[in-house]
Design a protein around this ligand. Structure first.
Ligand code: 5MM
Length: 339
């Protein structure tokens, strides 16, 4: 393991005023998002969608530090034959890869799941590195309600996250560790805070046991928010609970934390990220690694049509600029041409 190179990559992933574009929707997710907008989902349309984003060179260069890809995408070329990875690299962003292969039910745990993909992971990551990936992400979800999350689900997912993170570093890739507490439910923000703290404490315990070099990792957690149908919270309340939980659970050796958006509205995700950064004094950089809150707006505008590409790129530029400003604690995104 080239420790210095991994540490440098992790720091670059959370460089000030930039964040991560999570373009790693799995086939089921992208099929659904395309279907909702009347777009046929084929390898070519999925390629066109990603190419539209990666060729938005002004926002990519100004605001995006890294891009998470799905297995299909890291192997694809643009319409002119240029590898999509090369398009990303040309903007200065770092290519990454979704390393997990999804979830499986946890027996005897009432609907809870564990993320899979450890078998053969070292070999897969070696190939992804050859294809240009410099970091690898693993998402492990738990939910709230009806006694969930159980210790069993937290333990299983935290252990798998640590196994994957060690294997990723050994393969020369920065692990982007994504323990997510889902927003589904009518719980209040303190319930989310308690579940997130339990989960993160366990994750960092497991990462230490697995001898993962924390300086060469990035954390991708949920913000501490109320359940989707729970009592509302202001951005300041979200910021206070989120910083309190992270301060207790995440060692200062971790260079950066890039939040997922988790189904929040675009406006909520951005306002809450700004409020989190406005608190100040944190040892880690605090930025975004959004899929939905960054990509649904441009996807809706694009709608699978070539003639909509410039407008979709403008929508992407607006969302990227707003979130980049929020990562600096600001709510005044400067306008920027899309290309
Ligand atoms: C793009 O979605 C990623 C993969 O999810 P699926 O396997 O369900 O398709 C996901 O890991 C994503 O990177 C994070 O959840 C962040 O996305 P959001 O939409 O929460 O910002």
């Amino acid at each position: 393991m080239d420790r210095a190179a991994l540490v440098a990559t992790a720091k670059a992933m959370v460089a000030p005023g930039r964040g991560i574009l999570a373009a790693d929707e799995s086939p089921r997710t992208i099929d659904q998002r395309f279907a909702e907008r009347g777009i046929a989902s084929t390898p070519e349309t999925r390629r066109d969608y990603r190419e539209m984003l990666f060729r938005a060179t002004a926002p990519m260069s100004a605001y995006i530090s890294g891009v998470i890809l799905y297995d299909e995408t890291i192997r694809q070329t643009a319409r002119d034959g240029t590898p999509l990875v090369a398009l990303i690299e040309a903007t200065g962003a770092i290519p990454g890869i979704k390393a997990d292969i999804g979830t499986a039910p946890l027996p005897f745990c009432d609907g809870e799941v564990v993320t899979e993909g450890l078998d053969g992971l070292a070999g897969r990551l070696a190939e992804y590195r050859e294809l240009g990936a410099r970091f690898a992400k693993w998402r492990a979800i738990v939910s709230i309600g009806g006694g969930r999350p159980s210790d069993t689900a937290i333990d299983a997912n935290a252990h798998a996250l640590a196994r994957y993170a060690a294997i990723a570093q050994d393969a020369g890739l920065v692990p982007m560790v994504e323990p997510e507490v889902l927003m589904d439910g009518d719980h209040d923000i303190t319930t989310c805070a308690a579940a997130t703290l339990r989960y993160l404490e366990r994750v960092y315990d497991e990462l230490a046991r697995a001898r993962v070099v924390l300086e060469a990792t990035v954390l991708k957690p949920n913000m501490v928010v109320p359940g989707r149908t729970g009592p509302a919270a202001t951005p300041a309340e979200v910021a206070r609970h989120t910083i309190a939980v992270l301060t207790r659970a995440v060692p200062a050796a971790v260079p950066g934390i890039a939040f997922l958006s988790g189904g929040q509205s675009d406006e909520d995700a951005t306002a809450r990220l700004a409020a989190i950064n406005a608190v100040g004094g944190s040892p880690w950089r605090l930025t975004f690694s959004f899929a939905r809150a960054l990509l649904l707006a441009p996807l809706t505008v694009w709608a699978g049509r070539d003639e909509n590409v410039p407008a979709a790129q403008r929508a992407f530029a607006e969302r990227a600029a707003a979130n980049a400003a929020a990562s600096l604690g600001r709510t005044d995104a400067a306008p920027l041409a899309a290309r």
